[in-house]
Design a protein around this ligand. Structure first.
Ligand SMILES: NC(=O)c1ccc[n+]([C@@H]2O[C@H](COP(=O)([O-])OP(=O)(O)OC[C@H]3O[C@@H](n4cnc5c(N)ncnc54)[C@H](OP(=O)(O)O)[C@@H]3O)[C@@H](O)[C@H]2O)c1
Length: 268
């Protein structure tokens, strides 16, 4: 792989939807690419198109991120390949329906891909990027992390994990005085991809006013990255609304851990 001036971006879930769209946009920004997903044929097809259209180097890296051995191979690549400057931690599964009465085996797979793999890859990339003092990690969460009551419980839990992981890792590297390592949590709303087709549902059954085209979503998320955002919510008109959430959260801070219970909880 010839080194590009932007370095190499490793994109998980690059065979369709948001991941494939990131791959396209990043290639046009001059990144070489490592494309990770299970469907090798689709990755090869995308890789061939992007090589032809943009001239960047594209490697296909088939892996099942529900499989610990495959996750370890991707981690090894992140730790060992100094050309990698960007991780897009995107691969994920949507819910089959409400968590109540759902297939617990499917939930386990969702947690393996949406949480365990995301965590392992984010930590591997953080270690590698901190060691060289540079690198960017984009974690794809979801707006449901902010409004858990609106969607399927276990999926929401996985996305709340991704948001909290990103905020906390960022705080850790800032506290450690590391500069040059950046994080972004992207919180898409409904975005037209294959995510619902895979669980027998369709975006066509939803209010079209709530569904963004995937190209617009990824372009907005990259604009948020360029603007230095830690958290990007592509459809949110007024950033002050999210800033207010954070102000309220931080105001809780001094009272969340004290040496005595609050008066209302004192017996008698
Ligand atoms: N679309 C939305 O409305 C929406 C909203 C908020 C957040 N998100 C998040 O966006 C991310 C991408 O989803 P999408 O909407 O683009 O859906 P998608 O079109 O279904 O794409 C999912 C990607 O993840 C990969 N993937 C699934 N299971 C995998 C596994 N076990 N190992 C490796 N790769 C796996 C798929 O590739 P293979 O099948 O080839 O493995 C595919 O490339 C997910 O994390 C999702 O939660 C989506």
């Amino acid at each position: 792989m010839s080194p590009s001036s932007q370095g190499t971006a490793l994109v998980t879930g690059a065979s369709s939807g948001i991941g494939a769209t990131y791959a396209d946009h990043l290639a046009r920004r001059g990144h070489d690419l490592i494309l990770v997903a299970r469907n090798q044929d689709r990755l090869e097809e995308l890789a061939a198109r992007l090589r032809a259209e943009t001239g960047v180097a594209v490697e296909v890296f088939p892996a099942d991120l529900a499989n610990p051995a495959d996750v370890a191979r991707v981690e090894g690549r992140l730790r060992g390949d100094a050309a990698i400057t960007l991780l897009v931690n995107n691969a994920g599964l949507g819910p089959q329906g409400p968590a109540l009465g759902s297939d617990i085996g499917y939930q386990d797979t969702m947690i393996a891909v949406n949480v365990t793999a995301v965590n392992r890859l984010a930590i591997a990339a953080t270690d590698a990027f901190v060691a060289k003092g540079a690198g960017t990690i984009i974690n794809i969460a979801s707006v449901v992390a902010l409004i858990p009551e609106l969607f399927s419980a276990t999926y929401v839990g996985t996305k709340a994990f991704v948001l909290a992981l990103t905020q906390s890792l960022n705080a850790e590297v800032v506290k450690a005085g590391v500069t040059g390592v950046r994080y972004q949590a992207v919180l898409p709303g409904l975005t037209r991809t294959e995510i619902f087709d895979r669980v027998g549902k369709s975006f066509d059954d939803l209010d079209p006013k709530m569904v963004m085209e995937v190209g617009e979503m990824v372009a907005a998320a990259l604009a948020g990255l360029d603007q230095g955002e830690l958290v990007t919510i592509p459809s949110l008109p007024d950033p002050a609304d999210f800033a207010a959430v954070n102000t309220a959260r931080y105001a809780l801070g001094p009272n969340l851990s004290r040496d005595h219970a609050a008066d209302r909880y004192k017996a008698g």
